[in-house]
Ligand binder design. Structure first.
Ligand SMILES: [Cu+2]
Length: 143
């Protein structure tokens, strides 16, 4: 009987310890690599002219900033592909506009002569477009 009691207490302790250990695992907040990227401070410029984005393809390093300058004679709205959802770039999406979060979406027109900038923290090949004229396309390659 005493052995049975000790066995019961032993199992009880193991079960309680297991519950706490399992609960502990859930509390660990995993940071995605992009949260750890420090901006490099390096700025690269893409010019939007009447024929589209120049350069059409730009290769940068992770953490670099891209400045989208509107040198055309009309407003532009650079945004991640795909039109019209803008969800290709991780964390981006037109539905997040106005939320205060920095996403790969100007979330509005960039007037003539103005610019909009974005820091790329995700490696990959990121296609984007002018939301006002979706046939105007460009590529940012983040290495
Ligand atoms: Cu669009």
């Amino acid at each position: 009987m005493k052995v049975l009691f000790i066995l019961f207490v032993f199992l009880f302790v193991i079960v309680i310890a297991g519950v706490f250990l399992f609960k502990g695992d859930k509390d660990i907040v995993e940071e995605s690599p992009s949260d750890l990227i420090v901006p490099t401070g390096i700025e690269n410029t893409v010019t939007y002219g009447d024929d589209g984005y120049i350069p059409a393809s730009l290769t940068i390093s992770i953490g670099d900033t891209v400045i989208f300058q509107n040198m055309s004679l009309r407003s532009t709205w650079p945004a991640s592909n795909a039109h019209p959802t803008h969800t290709l770039y991780p964390g981006s999406g037109i539905q997040k506009c106005g939320g205060g979060e920095a996403i790969f979406d100007a979330c509005g027109v960039v007037p003539i002569g103005q610019e909009w900038k974005f820091i790329f923290t995700e490696q990959g090949t990121w296609r984007y477009h002018d939301h006002m004229r979706p046939s105007m396309q460009g590529i940012i390659i983040v290495e």
